[in-house]
Write a protein that binds this ligand. Sequence first.
Ligand SMILES: NC(=O)c1ccc[n+]([C@@H]2O[C@H](COP(=O)([O-])OP(=O)(O)OC[C@H]3O[C@@H](n4cnc5c(N)ncnc54)[C@H](OP(=O)(O)O)[C@@H]3O)[C@@H](O)[C@H]2O)c1
Length: 260
Amino acid sequence: MKKTALVTGACINTGVAIVEKFAAEGYDVVFTGRDAAKVEAALQSYQAKFPDVKISGYAIESLLDERTVDEQAVIDLFDDLDKKGIFIETLVCNAADQGLGMKIFENPLTDFMRVLNTNIVWNYCLSEHAAKRMKANGGGNIVFVNSNTAYRVIPDRIAYSTSKSGQLGMMRALAFDLGKFNIRVNAVLPGMIRTDRWEKNPDFYKDVPSRYTPIGDVADGEDVADAVFYFAAHARNTTGAELVVDGGNTIQLYPIIPEK
Ligand SMILES: NC(=O)c1ccc[n+]([C@@H]2O[C@H](COP(=O)([O-])OP(=O)(O)OC[C@H]3O[C@@H](n4cnc5c(N)ncnc54)[C@H](OP(=O)(O)O)[C@@H]3O)[C@@H](O)[C@H]2O)c1
């Protein structure tokens, strides 16, 4: 029987590459976004590209407000999947609040809460409801799309780095508690990914790959998708693990300045 993967935040960028990887590899796919029109547009694009794959899109909110995760939306999502007989064998927690430009003395505390609630608490809630079904079905796996900012930091991203570090702790604890149910839990840690933000700011990013990665290139969405798929489909004896996909960015101590 075909397996089904659920990918969050998959209307643009890396999430799209992950959906397309699973679809190309013979999985059925469920994906989420928060905006119904964007979910519908993404669904049409996926269906045109993969006419033989069962793909469904759900528009769901993650938070009711900065302080509160929308748990009911997650319950409703999984109840609806149950009604349709769709079992999520792989959960890919890709969506993230990037928490961009948050300044310690300027942003309200609720901004910090919003990022942690999205990247940790909401993902915990999704994992809990997915794992309950995986346990009943004899196993499954969860993959977090994390970030190398869990290890090393960048300016004005305290909440984001905190959330990604915390997410790694959660990943290991879930891997421990769920291992006995044949549920594996792992994380992919991208560095920089070539997303639409790169296309919009080509001058800003033009020297980044050569200066900030030993291999001279950053990841495409497909590189991240390959790593996610590896954990989901191939890594039978791997749980609680981290796979860095950053062109070596994390091991590099200072920028490579070209000689004059
Ligand atoms: N881009 C990079 O360079 C980079 C580097 C390292 C790690 N990562 C990680 O890789 C993953 C994908 O990155 P990306 O750049 O492709 O992502 P992205 O485009 O910034 O975001 C992916 C999706 O997350 C959803 N999202 C944002 N805030 C949300 C919230 N509060 N609740 C629920 N969903 C929310 C959005 O979907 P909707 O608006 O459709 O709901 C968005 O399209 C993320 O986990 C990110 O942290 C990215």
